[in-house]
Design a protein around this ligand. Structure first.
Ligand code: SDX
Length: 427
């Protein structure tokens, strides 16, 4: 295979290097293009554009493959805890027993917020969206841990453990404030996901009953969201990191990007969509027709993906997890039945087939979270907690790259050509 691509512009030939990844993905390196030809490329939405080289996550969208550090998501989902996978993604290795113990101890040692941060929660109105609180309070972290600004590299492991641990505490505190409930502090003898459920649902002096199937299901949800190569929010984290902003500021920016309804916010919209269909008595067919009709402004939320042109492997795992969870809890949810009907209808419909639209991670995740008693406004917060290892690992990759430069895309200007100031009386 040729090592260069030839581009002919205005009769001149340019040889551009071809880059091949470990999974045989190929790219044309255009870093010399503008200098040599005066041209830039344009790719709105970055559909065809790679922003970086990364060693964290591999996705084959055509085959529906997802691997964290080379290990298939199906194996990790079956055999690992979220904390083990977080260690794999951030430290680039599955931890041995000693490393896992040390990592868990670091998470426990950093689970409490600075006590003064608590007062900031007072300033939010009760109906504040928890994603707004989450991004604000993560960013506030640098006010209480000034070493974040000066020791970005030397203290990285502590900062990463603090962020990964405290994102739970902030999320749970935000939920408790929104319900007018007293905040519940983390308990050192609880493991990661148990502690989150404890902080969310226990009452003073009355810990919730820790149901093993609930802990396992939520831990799986976190794990399945842990990283996903250069999605919108992770690319945002890398963009902010490239300016040498601190870890907490970069993660706070990631939370803001994730909040969008086309991205992590979709899990909340999926449930609202399923509830609307359920309440309308529609068997789903009317909604499917709307989703196919551009002028309706509706989409089949939880369907379609920029990279997966096949079934999102996470959706497959979550669909089965929903069945298992409802069986163990001896419960059912009409929204799950509607979701399955929508999936069955869409996968037979030429509109969805032609566009290669399949269920993505958001299609079933909300149904599992509903079964765990998590309120819908907290769904994207759960996504953010799960995605934190991926954001931390991508931040680390940028900071450790000796050749990393500030990300600063070009543009094609389409505005007015040269004109001049006009005094107000002549306008
Ligand atoms: C996540 O990037 C990641 O990795 C993200 C994520 C992660 O883990 O970080 O996987 C998490 O964000 C999952 C996606 C959650 N969003 C949704 O479920 C929202 C619904 N889906 C879409 O809006 C859409 O599919 C996107 C945003 C996910 C992808 O958008 P693209 O790649 O820009 O595709 P597009 O909007 O250009 O759609 C292509 C065509 C269009 O039709 P035509 O113009 O070709 O006729 O497909 C249609 C779209 O109208 N289409 C849909 C549809 N999704 C795409 N039509 C109906 N329902 C849908 N859900």
């Amino acid at each position: 295979m040729s090592k260069t691509a030839e581009l002919i512009l205005e009769g001149r030939s340019y040889q551009l290097p071809i880059v091949e990844g470990t999974e045989k993905e190929r790219a044309i390196d255009i870093s010399s293009l503008r200098g040599e030809s005066g041209y830039i490329t344009l790719d709105e939405g970055y559909v065809n554009t790679g922003s970086c080289r990364s060693q964290i996550t591999f996705i084959d969208g055509e085959k529906g493959i997802l691997r964290y550090r080379g290990i298939p998501i199906e194996e990790l989902a079956e055999k690992c805890s979220f904390v083990e996978v977080a260690h794999l993604i951030i430290m680039n290795k599955l931890p041995n027993r000693e490393e896992l113990k040390r990592f868990s101890e670091m998470l426990t040692a950093n689970e409490l917020l600075h006590e003064d941060i608590k007062y900031h929660f007072e300033g939010f109105p009760p109906n504040a969206h928890p994603m707004a609180i989450l991004s604000s309070m993560i960013n506030a972290g640098s006010c209480f841990y000034p070493e974040l600004l000066t020791e970005m590299r030397s203290q990285f492991d502590v900062q990463a453990a603090r962020l990964l641990s405290q994102v739970r505490t902030i999320a749970a505190f935000a939920y408790r404030k929104s319900r007018g409930l007293p905040i519940i502090y983390p308990k050192p003898d609880y493991r990661y996901t148990e502690n989150f459920l404890h902080m969310m649902f226990s009452l003073p002096y009355n810990d919730i009953e820790m149901k093993r199937e609930a802990v396992k299901a939520l831990d799986l949800i976190f794990l399945l969201h842990a990283d996903h190569e250069q999605n919108c929010s992770t690319s945002t984290v890398r963009m902010v990191a490239s300016a040498r902003s601190n870890l907490f500021a970069s993660a706070a920016a990631g939370v803001c990007a994730l909040w969008g309804s086309l991205h992590g916010g979709a899990n909340q919209v999926v449930i609202e969509m399923l509830k609307e269909i359920h309440e309308s008595g529609d068997d789903g067919s009317r909604f499917i027709e709307d989703a196919k009709n551009k002028s309706s402004g509706r989409r089949l939320m939880g369907f379609g993906h920029r990279v997966y042109k096949n079934y999102d492997p996470r959706a497959k795992i979550l669909k089965k997890a929903c069945d298992d969870l409802f069986a163990k809890l001896d419960r059912s949810d009409p929204l799950l039945d509607i979701a399955k009907r929508l999936e069955e209808a869409a996968l037979k419909d030429s509109y969805f087939i032609e566009r290669q639209l399949y269920p993505n991670v958001d299609f079933y995740s909300g149904i599992a979270m509903r079964a765990l008693g998590i309120p819908v406004e907290m769904f994207t917060v759960i996504f953010a907690i799960g995605r934190m290892p991926g954001w931390i690992a991508n931040y680390k990759e940028v900071m450790e790259d000796p050749n990393a430069r500030i990300s600063r895309p070009r543009q094609i200007y389409m505005g007015p050509t040269l004109n001049h100031f006009v005094p107000i009386d002549q306008r």
